[in-house]
Each structure stands twice: as C-alpha cells, then as structure tokens.
Design a protein around this ligand. Sequence first.
Ligand SMILES: Cc1cc2nc3c(=O)[nH]c(=O)nc-3n(C[C@H](O)[C@H](O)[C@H](O)COP(=O)(O)OP(=O)(O)OC[C@H]3O[C@@H](n4cnc5c(N)ncnc54)[C@H](O)[C@@H]3O)c2cc1C
Ligand SMILES: *[C@@H]1O[C@H](CO)[C@@H](O)[C@H](O)[C@H]1NC(C)=O
Ligand SMILES: *[C@@H]1O[C@H](CO)[C@@H](O)[C@H](O)[C@H]1NC(C)=O
Length: 503
Amino acid sequence: MQPSGAVLFMLSGFVLSSLRAVVALQLRYPPNRIAVVGAGIGGTSAAYFLREKFGKDVHIDVYEKEEVGGRLATIEMEGKVYEAGGSVIHPLNLHMKTFVKELGLNARTPSGDLLGIYNGDYFVFQESEWSIINLIKMLWNYGLNFLRMHMWVEDILDRFMRIYRYQTFDYSFSTTEALLHAMGGSDFIGKLNMTIDEALQKSGFSQRFIDDIVVPAMRVNYCQGVHINGFVGAVSLAGTSSGLWAVEGGNNLICKGLLYASNAKLIQGTVTSVQEKVRPTKSGNTARRYEVTYASDKGPGSDMYDIVVIATPLNKEIGNIDFPGFNPPIQAFSRPYQQTVATFVHGRVNSSFFGFPNTSPFPLAAVLTTDSHKLFFRSISSLSPATSGSEFGASKTSDLRTWKIFSPEVLRDEELHQLFVSYSAVNVKKWLAYPKYNPPEKMPPIILHRGIYYLNSIEWAASAMEMSAISAKNVALLSYHQWYEKEDQIDQEDLVERLKSEL
Ligand SMILES: Cc1cc2nc3c(=O)[nH]c(=O)nc-3n(C[C@H](O)[C@H](O)[C@H](O)COP(=O)(O)OP(=O)(O)OC[C@H]3O[C@@H](n4cnc5c(N)ncnc54)[C@H](O)[C@@H]3O)c2cc1C
Ligand SMILES: *[C@@H]1O[C@H](CO)[C@@H](O)[C@H](O)[C@H]1NC(C)=O
Ligand SMILES: *[C@@H]1O[C@H](CO)[C@@H](O)[C@H](O)[C@H]1NC(C)=O
C-alpha cells in the first residue's frame, strides 16, 4: 500500500506539473478572438486598448444593440445638433484628451454663461456679468468655502492623476477598490463609505455652502443629492471647474473613431448570454472558451472567444446578459440606475416663474436648483450646438433659445407651460443614466471569470466618460497580464514610491 501510494502521489504530481506546463505554454500563445459587449466610450476604448496591447492579429468583435456611443449621443432640434447624454469633459481627463488628438478630432469649449441657483422661491446665488461682483458675493455669503473647495478638489485630482502614470508603466488592478487604493490610498476607498455631505462636513465646509452650492452641483451632474458617495461627489465637484470642453461635432465621434482605429468588427445585435465551453483539442488537451450568444435582425447567432469584456451595466433593464452554468455563479448586478430625463425645448423661458418681471427677457443661461420639494426639475440650461460656428453668439442676444431640462420624471405639459411662455419644439430623451449611489458602496468585481471582465464595475465609484476609459485601459492591461501570466503587473503596492525612480 505504502509504496504504490507514494508512486501514485509522485505520478500525479508529475502529471499535474506537466499539465501546468502545457497550460502555461498554451497560454503563452496569443488569444485568437476577443469579444467586447457594448460600443459606448467604455467598449470602444476597450477595443482600442486591446488592439494596442494584443497586437494586430487578434480578432476583436464589438457587439452593440443600439447605437455606437451609448450614453454619448446627440439629438437634432430645428436643424442643429446637441449633446443629449454625457456632455462635458474635464481638462485633466487625459485619455479623452489623447483620443481627440489621435483621432484627429477637435475640442470645443461651451460658452461659460451666467448661472443662478434657485430654491423654489428665490435665487440663493446669481452670477453677474462682473466677475469682481461674483467674487464679493461668494466671499460675503460663503467666506472661504469656494477657495477651500477648489483646493479640496485639486488635492483629489492630484492623486487621481497617478493612474495615468501607472497605466503608462503597464500596471493593472484586479478590482476597482485596488485601483482606487493605488491612486489615493485608504482616503479614496473611505470616500466610498461616506456621503459627499459627510466628507465635506468632515473637512469643515459650512452647511450653507453645502446646501446652496454643493447640492445643486450633485443634482445637475447625477440627478441626486449629497447622499451620493464621497468619491463620485468629488468627481462631480471637479465638474464645476473652468476649462470644461466637449468634442466638436459630438462626443460620440470619439466612440466611432476608436472603433474604426481598433480595426474591430462591429456586430449589430443584443448579447443574451455568455457560457463557458470546454472541448478537447487535436493535441489531446482541452480548450476552454466562451460562447457569446446574441440576437440580431438577421436572427440569432453565436461565436466563440478566448476573452470577453462586458462594457455595459449588467442590470436587467440595461445589459440583461445571462451567465448560465458558472460555478460559483456570476451574479446579475441588479442594483438600480438613476433615471434622468433630458427634455430639449426650443422656446422662451417664463421670467416670472423665477420671480423676474415678466416683461424682461430671461437674464440667465443656466439655473441649478437646491433640494426643494416645490421643484419638478433639477436644472435648466441654454445649449450651444455640438457643432460650433453655427450662429454661436447670435443666440445669446435673443431670448428664443434651445434649452435642456434635467428631471427625474418626464415633464408634464402643465410643467412645460409654467417654465416657458412659448415654445415650438420638444424632444425628450429618457436615460438610465448612472448608478443610484447609496454608500457604503461595494464595487462589483472586475474579474467575473478567468477570461470575463466587467468594465462598468468602476461606475459604482463614479460614472463619467473618463472613468470608463480608465477602466477600459485597466481591463486591456489586466486581461493581457493574466493571459501571459505576468502577475508582477497586477495589484502591485507602493507604485508611487516605486515609479519615482523610473523617469
Ligand atoms: C444625461 C447624462 C449626462 C451625463 N453627463 C456627463 C458629463 O457631462 N460628463 C461625463 O464625463 N459623463 C457624463 N455622463 C456619464 C457618461 O455618459 C457615462 O459614464 C459613459 O458614457 C458610460 O459609458 P459606457 O461605455 O461605460 O456605457 P454606455 O455608454 O452605456 O455603453 C454601453 C453600450 O452597451 C450597449 N449594450 C447594452 N447591453 C447590451 C447587450 N446585451 N448587447 C449588446 N449591446 C449592449 C448599449 O446599447 C450601449 O451602447 C452623463 C450621462 C448621462 C446619461
Ligand atoms: C467600508 O464599508 C465596508 C462595509 O460596507 C467595510 O467592509 C469596509 O471595511 C469599509 N472600508 C473602509 C475603508 O472604511
Ligand atoms: C409663468 O409663471 C407664472 C408664475 O409662476 C405663472 O403664473 C404663469 O402661468 C406662467 N406661464 C406663463 C405662460 O406666463
């Protein structure tokens, strides 16, 4: 008994190690086929980075059930085109900046128009044409809170920017928590566990400043109040800085450009399931691949892939993809998304609704709102077309303009009649726009299975174009390092210190 057991043991050890060698050897071959599900900014930048990483020979399919661009989309009103979804980009969003440059696109800067903050009864804050008056108003009402907010955001941005350096040096992270931790340590992770309200209170901001200035910023950017997590709250505050820009012609041109540049094949269809298939190969080994099943106008179809990147929220109402047969099971992430309705109206704003004399033309270009039960909308702002040049300044002098209203529910006719004295065209776009944030926040996994990656995990930290692009680059690097077993490029600690020496 004893000896044969040992022999068996040795034998099985031998078999195992040689098996491992075979597997390792097999994995060192490049993958043949990669699937990306979703052609928003996440999916198209993933295709682009995957091509960059895996080289020209791998076949990449991108599945899209609706339009390339996803939540980056434009609408047409009275012959002009406007951003209908994700609209502004921060000047320090380096991936977006690089895309524009490499794809030969141009940036445009939407005009910085006069802004007011309305509480349902009166304006708690109203910008004037004179910047010195604005400054005095800010100091008078809020002391140094504006300056302090600027510094607070700056400090977070400083640490946020580290991700570009890590990615330049090919480092990747296997969870969204690890990625955030590498940028800003436990302070960043901690922000997922508290509301932006708590985070700012802790840093000594005044309640009045939070109610009058921070709440409206959260409402316009995420259609939610200051109970959203501290990290997305900080991203939202960064969205109040100057120098915000957009892509000339429409932000979704980036998605179209990336898709083209990636040389991936677009498959117009709805992915319904992803399954693992194990089958023997000619050489007597087993090959494990993923079968992607989809529905399209031409009927159902399916294809096999080595790597699958899910670049859409996986909620039932959005992605709705099944993962049958996995053990442990791949959960559907049924946490809710926030509905935001964007209503586009060509008309004249009702000045008396906002307490101005009803004879005067409406003096503001954007109205944000505080948390008031009286208000049925979150914000209203006058738009400049996605293609500049087309009577840019002319619309400023006329009070007949195109406005965008954000609200959680579709506006009723009576509500539009209150907001506008007259209007000629209405266009409604209903979005499941971003997660309903509710800290403490646990991030969904990035690695759903050995070769299945979930790009939109990052949205639960913060949803923004650049966040999707950062996650896309991370997933491209992570899948590459996992494929070629380069563990030393995954989840490394102390990168700040380590990269100091590498210039
Ligand atoms: C109204 C609004 C305003 C915003 N404002 C800003 C802003 O100013 N700045 C900013 O940075 N961000 C903003 N955002 C957020 C930003 O738009 C998103 O974070 C970003 O566009 C998400 O990109 P994504 O590629 O990850 O997801 P998506 O754009 O949602 O892409 C997912 C794609 O997958 C497709 N798809 C889904 N399921 C399937 C399936 N089963 N099979 C095939 N295809 C599928 C969808 O059709 C979609 O095209 C805003 C969002 C909204 C809605
Ligand atoms: C955040 O909260 C979760 C529980 O929701 C907990 O497991 C985690 O340790 C907390 N993290 C920090 C940094 O406080
Ligand atoms: C404008 O607003 C005022 C005040 O809320 C309201 O009485 C009026 O009905 C609104 N509509 C028009 C068309 O003036």
